[in-house]
Design a binder for this molecule. Structure first.
Ligand SMILES: *[C@@H]1O[C@H](CO)[C@@H](O)[C@H](O)[C@H]1NC(C)=O
Ligand SMILES: *[C@@H]1O[C@H](CO)[C@@H](O)[C@H](O)[C@H]1NC(C)=O
Ligand SMILES: *[C@@H]1O[C@H](CO)[C@@H](O)[C@H](O)[C@H]1NC(C)=O
Ligand SMILES: *[C@@H]1O[C@H](CO)[C@@H](O)[C@H](O)[C@H]1NC(C)=O
Ligand SMILES: *[C@@H]1O[C@H](CO)[C@@H](O)[C@H](O)[C@H]1NC(C)=O
Ligand SMILES: *[C@@H]1O[C@H](CO)[C@@H](O)[C@H](O)[C@H]1NC(C)=O
Length: 637
């Protein structure tokens, strides 16, 4: 199985994605999918990106294209006489105008998502922050996927009766279509505790004591399927693995997870693996399992070798055509086209393409170091916040404005900054609160504590909740190794294949390019930058071969000093003397960080509680950014 090298020269013939205005995909050398007996196609943490990425060719296919893709893949599975299951592991909402810009939120996106046929799905934490989204999940998505929605540790509280009922069935059992394997499937959420009060998340270790769970793990299926909105390196999957394995020594277990926004694969033992399939509909995960033995009454022996293979598919039409062997005219199905049209109509109705201004450069969350001119956090701290965080009645009072980095979800690309962009980078409805007249000696210690607080905060107030998901969730040996490294200027990396520039493109493993292809590869055009994943199955997981991108670590929070006294001096350029510190400041912060801020103030000697907190401005961070862009960036690109 030798991946074909396809030159960028053939680009002109690659179809454009189905959303009007989406960039054409860029060709890349490809690794093939390796099919097994049971195959999974997996999405996770889509966060509303059903329209695909309109500024990134690598991820420009939409949900309609995905529907065409899965339809062809199901056909392929039938032809091969194997089985294919389509999975989604939650966080479908929040993070894209197609969900966030409508009133009510999700007016278009629930129906569009629901057009896909899905064999198993579960809930993420983002479906649970607001009571309305919990209810909407219960009355829209759960009934639509009546036979495949699984809620192993999630309950819903009915508003009419106050009854606490399972959000969906606790587990499902089915027999696969072509090979007739018996599967028991579970669907978990990590031990999340910031959910709205019409939902109840049962800690995983408690759920596993329930009678239904104990029954489920004694069903003797040919395969256990555990889907979950759970990071692969979090403790919850480990716990579930141990309990199932104790009862079933030799049964293969497939885990499909998410939440961490990374591509990853984890080995639990020879017969149990997990994959995570990225974020924002950039990635379509593919997992295949071979060597599954049917149970015929007696227990399967230990010798049966089971193999797991995985591939992380970049979500663009070049790759989707490649993996299905189809082209521009044969690939789109009628259903897929219809769904692409639904998306385009929704985007149009919401005016998502309306331009607020033109970004003159890229601003990165973690692809540029912080602080730097290309860091979105530096831009917020030095430009947006100082200009925008103003309360007319207190506009002359010096203030510190604190925003957690996790409030920002995406990069800004050079070019049109649209209504959609505001939701991509800042989907949350967080507002700014403040505590007036805090002694500066106390207020000035807060940022440091939020960023390096450690034991000041209880585990419920873990400061990891403040930062971006890519950094907050435990990430395993590969990422940890990368984070321990620094770039040549000593800046800490979040994760990056720091040593792969020397290692020619990680082309190792069963699927590597032949020597001949590698030689030919020397004349290839430049590779597009993208994921260069390393996981427990090796470094050949990505379907397209990319040049590596560095990701830098970011702090938990950033802080702008606003209306501080200017340095003494008479304007003759003599500002060697430092500005005096103000006696007191208004401590302004995005409301999400309030519990941490109160705690940090108390630790610094300030006797403050929630009673001291007032509203500073009714604008959300999203409003603040949109307003600043309209005012400062020229309208047309
Ligand atoms: C579903 O729940 C949402 C949020 O509470 C509500 O606005 C909507 O009317 C409900 N729809 C139905 C069909 O009950
Ligand atoms: C949840 O809390 C809100 C506000 O505190 C309250 O109005 C509502 O009745 C509560 N809902 C449930 C289901 O307990
Ligand atoms: C697509 O494939 C079909 C069937 O192989 C072929 O007839 C057609 O010419 C191809 N179209 C394009 C645009 O390449
Ligand atoms: C696609 O949309 C057309 C027009 O609304 C409809 O007639 C047709 O049945 C749809 N086809 C599929 C497969 O959804
Ligand atoms: C600059 O300011 C400092 C401190 O106020 C003073 O000592 C120094 O003489 C000034 N230098 C000039 C060139 O004005
Ligand atoms: C925020 O909105 C509320 C309700 O409209 C209003 O009473 C309050 O004055 C506003 N606060 C600020 C700081 O604008």
């Amino acid at each position: 199985m030798i991946p074909r090298i396809i030159l960028v020269a053939s680009l002109a013939t690659v179809a454009r994605s189905s959303q009007p205005g989406a960039p054409a995909p860029v060709a890349a050398p490809m690794r093939d999918l390796e099919w097994g007996q049971i195959n999974f196609i997996h999405t996770t943490d889509i966060h509303g990106w059903l329209g695909g990425h309109l500024q990134e060719p690598q991820y420009s296919a939409d949900w309609g294209d995905y529907i065409s893709f899965t339809s062809h893949m199901r056909k392929k599975a039938d032809e091969k006489g194997v089985d294919l299951l389509v999975i989604d592991t939650g966080d479908r909402i929040e993070g894209n105008g197609l969900y966030d810009a409508s009133n009510p939120k999700g007016k278009y996106s629930y129906d569009i998502f629901g057009e896909q046929t899905i064999d198993a799905l579960c809930t993420g934490n983002h479906e649970l922050y607001q009571e309305t989204s919990v209810a909407r999940e219960h009355n829209t998505t759960v009934p639509k996927f009546k036979h495949s929605y699984i809620a192993s540790n999630l309950d819903y509280i009915e508003p009419e009766t106050g009854n606490q009922i399972p959000q969906a069935q606790r587990y499902i059992k089915f027999t696969t279509k072509n090979l007739g394997y018996n599967v028991v499937a579970l669907g978990f959420l990590f031990n999340f505790d910031r959910n709205a009060n019409n939902s109840v998340v049962q800690p995983v270790e408690e759920a596993m004591k329930e009678e239904w769970f104990q029954k489920a793990i004694r069903e003797k299926p040919d395969l256990f399927l555990v889907i979950g909105h759970v990071g692969l390196r979090m403790k919850e999957f480990e716990q579930i693995f141990k309990v199932i394995r104790d009862e079933n020594w030799y049964t293969p277990i497939a885990f499909l997870g998410g939440h961490a926004h990374v591509r990853d694969a984890r080995k639990f033992d020879d017969k149990a693996y997990a994959i995570a399939s990225g974020r924002y509909f950039e990635t379509i995960g593919f997992l295949s399992i071979d060597g599954i033995k049917k149970k015929s009454g007696s227990e399967v022996s230990a010798e049966a070798a089971v193999t797991f293979k995985r591939r992380y598919i970049d979500n663009n039409l070049f790759g989707l055509h490649y993996h299905t062997g189809l082209n521009e005219s044969t690939f789109p199905t009628e259903h897929g086209r219809n769904v692409s049209r639904l998306i385009a109509e929704g985007r149009k109705a919401l005016n998502l393409d309306d331009s607020f201004g033109c970004a003159s450069q890229d601003l990165w969350m973690s692809r540029a170091p912080y602080p730097s001119d290309s860091s979105i956090f530096s831009w917020l701290e030095t430009q947006v916040l100082p200009d925008s965080i103003v309360n007319e009645e207190r506009k002359d009072v010096p203030r510190l404005a604190i925003v957690n980095t996790g409030a920002i979800r995406f990069d800004i690309f050079k070019g049109a900054f649209t209504k959609d962009s505001t939701y991509l980078i800042s989907p949350f409805i967080s507002r700014f609160n403040y505590i007036p007249d805090v002694p500066y000696a106390v207020a000035s210690k807060v940022l440091e504590l939020l960023n390096n607080g450690g034991p000041v905060f209880s585990s419920a107030l873990d400061t990891q909740y403040l930062t971006i998901p890519e950094q907050a969730v435990p990430r395993g040996p590969f990422f940890e190794a990368a984070s321990a490294e620094t770039d040549n200027e000593g800046r800490r990396l979040l994760f990056a294949d720091v040593d792969s520039p020397q290692k020619p493109l990680s082309l190792s493993g069963a699927n590597s390019l032949s020597k001949q292809d590698e030689d030919k590869g020397k004349d290839d055009p430049e590779l597009i930058g993208g994921y260069t994943t390393r996981d427990d199955l090796g470094d050949d997981g990505d379907d397209a071969i990319h040049s590596p991108i560095k990701f830098y670590a970011v702090p938990n929070c950033i802080q702008a000093k606003i209306s501080f006294p200017s340095p003494p001096g008479n304007g003759d350029g003599n500002d060697t003397a430092p500005a005096p510190d103000p006696e007191t400041v208004d401590l302004v912060f995005i409301d999400y960080v309030q519990p941490w801020v109160i705690k940090a103030l108390q630790f610094s000697g300030g006797d403050y509680s929630n009673d001291n907190v007032k509203v500073y401005t009714n604008s959300t961070l999203t409003d603040v950014i949109a307003g600043w862009v309209k005012k400062h960036w020229k309208k047309d690109c």
